[in-house]
Design a protein around this ligand. Sequence first.
Ligand SMILES: CC(C)(COP(=O)(O)OP(=O)(O)OC[C@H]1O[C@@H](n2cnc3c(N)ncnc32)[C@H](O)[C@@H]1OP(=O)(O)O)[C@@H](O)C(=O)NCCC(=O)NCCS
Length: 145
Amino acid sequence: MKVIEPSTAAEYQCYYKLRWKILRSPWQQPRGSEKDELEQSSHHLMIVDANHAVIAVGRLHFNSIREAQLRYMAVATAQQRRGAGTLLLQALEHKATELGAEYIVLDAREHALRFYHKQGYQAEGPADTLFNIIPHIRMRKKITP
Ligand SMILES: CC(C)(COP(=O)(O)OP(=O)(O)OC[C@H]1O[C@@H](n2cnc3c(N)ncnc32)[C@H](O)[C@@H]1OP(=O)(O)O)[C@@H](O)C(=O)NCCC(=O)NCCS
């Protein structure tokens, strides 16, 4: 598997489809609900397998010059717990560092806390509750070049 930046329309289609499938579809949210107003100004990375099928996606945007935020991390169900999430997270952190970030923040679902904690993220406190049913915890990591 390798990390790539989506560039073609077809790659973006697969990228958003996986984001929707993992993070929106299980809660009966329609196509389109997987996007927000920051897509154009964000950095997108995904992992593809040997057949160029998308197995993981994630996005980075900046809240300020120093603070980058990770959103929409999603690994295809059959590929979870095989290291793809870690590989993608590290690639997004590398991108954030290259772009001058000093901190990365994210809002983690409760079941993902261990995953982020293992990569050095510290919980700061409660964040928004998505769809009124999915609690999130704000986490932060100081990144070093
Ligand atoms: C959370 C997610 C991004 C992690 O990606 P992944 O590829 O499955 O994770 P990795 O294989 O890199 O896991 C690395 C370590 O993180 C921890 N971890 C990962 N998923 C975990 C889970 N569901 N529960 C507990 N620990 C977990 C484990 O310690 C794991 O190491 P191990 O498998 O050797 O025990 C992925 O499972 C996913 O997309 N989940 C559904 C969508 C989601 O919740 N996204 C995050 C929104 S905040």
